[in-house]
Design a protein. Structure first.
Ligand code: TIU
Length: 221
């Protein structure tokens, strides 16, 4: 059993029942010229998560533990993108529009893929999702079921959107989620702080929160 000093209380998990899920660390969210920036966001706010997440992922992989990556995006004909998502707001560019990184949030395009620093390695699952949550319209539930996963360590972007939605979905399905505070990011510092507080409040209403540096993968007696 691994135990982690977390908020609001100790988080415990068995290595053979745990996976690290890395949400949407895609160029379109983290690099200039993509979807994130088109919505008026400062992409620099997300980039502080890259180094701690790369370090934690290396430790996790070295222990032989599974990593699951997700990517938010749509089919080239946008048939899986509801008009409500496509038309909302007044972005400078919309999903599907061309950029120097390819069409925004379209599967197969350069910008839709995961940033170089956190690329999946051979054998790791990559779950493509059309929504904010990683369970909606994806194979994630079957994948976790097949591998007997019960605990999820959660990293990625953005804290209050796709990370929150996925953790809420996971919690409702009976998974225990530890959100890695230093490995999740928001475009808004206030949402980062409050987003993490919301998870751990009310006795951990839908999860636990700790920095990745609080985790030791050595078995405790
Ligand atoms: N806009 C924003 O904060 N997030 C998203 O649109 N998607 C994810 O969080 N991945």
């Amino acid at each position: 059993m691994i135990t982690v000093d977390a908020l609001p209380s100790t988080f415990s998990f068995r290595k053979e029942e745990a996976a690290l899920i890395v949400i949407d660390m895609q160029r379109d969210f983290l690099e200039p010229g993509g979807f994130g920036e088109s919505l008026g966001n400062d992409v620099a706010q997300l980039r502080r998560t890259i180094a701690p997440l790369a370090a934690f992922m290396a430790t996790w992989r070295a222990a032989g533990l599974p990593v699951i990556h997700t990517r938010e995006g749509h089919l080239p004909d946008l048939s899986d993108c509801p008009p409500a998502k496509l038309l909302r707001g007044a972005p400078s560019m919309r999903i599907g529009d061309p950029t120097r990184n390819g069409r925004i949030l379209i599967r197969g395009e350069y910008g839709h893929d995961i940033i170089d620093e956190l690329q999946p390695i051979e054998g790791e699952a990559v779950v493509d999702k059309p929504g904010k949550g990683a369970f909606y319209a994806t194979e994630l539930a079957e994948l976790l079921e097949k591998d007997g996963i019960k605990s999820l360590l959660v990293a990625g972007v953005t804290t209050e959107v796709c990370v929150h939605t996925t953790v809420r979905e996971a919690n409702d399905r009976g998974y225990e989620c530890l959100v890695l505070a230093d490995c999740v990011g928001s475009y808004f510092p206030e949402f980062q702080r409050v987003g993490l507080e919301m998870i751990a409040a009310q006795g951990g209403i839908f999860g636990w929160v700790a920095d990745s540096t609080a985790i030791s993968l050595k078995e405790q007696p």
